[in-house]
Design a protein around this ligand. Sequence first.
Ligand SMILES: Cc1cc2nc3c(=O)[nH]c(=O)nc-3n(C[C@H](O)[C@H](O)[C@H](O)COP(=O)(O)OP(=O)(O)OC[C@H]3O[C@@H](n4cnc5c(N)ncnc54)[C@H](O)[C@@H]3O)c2cc1C
Length: 452
Amino acid sequence: MDHATDRPTDLTTDLLVIGGGMAGLTAAARAARDGQRVVVVEVGADVGGSGRFAGYIWTAPDHEVMDQQNPNGDAALKRRLVDDFAAAVEWIRSTGVEAKPAQRILSFGRGHEFDTNHYVDTCRRLVTEAGGSVLIDTVTEELLESDGAVVGARVRRSSGEELDITARHTVLATGGFQGSAELRETYLGSGAGEMPLRSNPHSQGDGLRLATAVGAAVGPEQAGFYGHLVPSGVPFKDSGDFVDLSLYYSEHALLFNLENRRFVDETLGDHLTTVALMEQPEARGLLIADGRVYRDWMVPAYVEGAVSVDKFALASRRGGRTGLAESLEELEYLPEDWGYDGPTIRAEIERYNEAAASGTLEPGRALDPAPLLEPPYYVIETIPAITFPFTGILIDDHARVLDSDGRPIPGLLAAGSDTGGLWNRAYAGGLAAAIVFGLAAAESAGAPSSGE
Ligand SMILES: Cc1cc2nc3c(=O)[nH]c(=O)nc-3n(C[C@H](O)[C@H](O)[C@H](O)COP(=O)(O)OP(=O)(O)OC[C@H]3O[C@@H](n4cnc5c(N)ncnc54)[C@H](O)[C@@H]3O)c2cc1C
């Protein structure tokens, strides 16, 4: 490394990683520890990506639960994720970063809290201490090809200088395309371009563009995305808002669309309800909780160890469309300009309460079918916000990028939210996926036969 110019003097490396977030830094640190020469290229001014905002590595505890929760996910990718989860946690610990004891996550998952900032900074240090380079503020212009194989990339530094970095393997790990309204419209459906972005701002689909330019396949279609419900009309001020404004408690509340009806089993997960709301008229809805839900779910922390925030107070303070009704009758007086019909909403909740008592709910409520009987009623208008898409570059379970015939493209690997196939309208842990497949990419890069 030439410290005066912050630029590598040796532009031939074993592994080139494009994207210095969770998946990319994991691949890079692991490969560096295994003795490979590594260059990481990061478009932002710092590494870490969305990984810096996260806190729990978790997934389904076994194959059966994974298949129940994510039946349409790619079988080989699901298997590798579950099989390698424990090794991923051990890898984190092996870097000197503490992963706390296992705990329950959501209704079905298990995982470990860990300090993701400590982790990404440690990975970066492992790379540079092993003689590798981390180039920030660097744009990747194109992948380099030779004899049908990817052999590196042409990058441009913030100074304008272009570099060709030649590598035996290249890992795409730019974190998805959620930052591109255009790609959201293309792959996630009409209206998806409007969603607020609940992630790092740099993941704008560069991995996808670079991969498709060399023949990579993209999929699956209609797979949805990971995100959460947030109050409408309340822009994110900073990354702290990504968690504070997420209405995780929706799993215990009722959600009505602009046609004043429920349309989804809200209890299956706020992230799934978020995808369903994207497909409703104007992609907005009224989320209604009662006193029980407020006390038990709206104010307490969503996951043990996380901060607790009064979501209703925060949304109200920040100018969201919120209302507190002392009784069901008061719900009739919703502001007209919101576009919902108060008397119908009231009648729908009464009907819901009767159906809950007789066990005839439609849509059903698998996990919390209790009626909303305890005033006051807390109303927040909500919209979906996106963290990353489930459609992406197709890979096999060795993190090798596949072409449209399902064959690995020699020299090209991908991991993390750039990839598709693992999740299909279902989700059980973005960090686990990033780290497991980041490690798989490092392993493939070290194996002489990988993709070649
Ligand atoms: C608020 C929040 C909380 C979360 N909490 C959890 C949690 O507790 N548990 C969990 O499992 N998941 C959580 N997630 C999801 C998790 O953060 C992601 O799944 C994970 O970070 C994905 O890793 P990645 O490497 O694919 O993307 P990222 O970590 O986002 O990294 C992508 C990197 O690529 C860089 N990049 C983009 N374009 C380029 C380019 N052209 N060239 C070079 N670099 C580029 C970006 O700047 C970024 O550094 C959370 C996400 C958010 C936003």
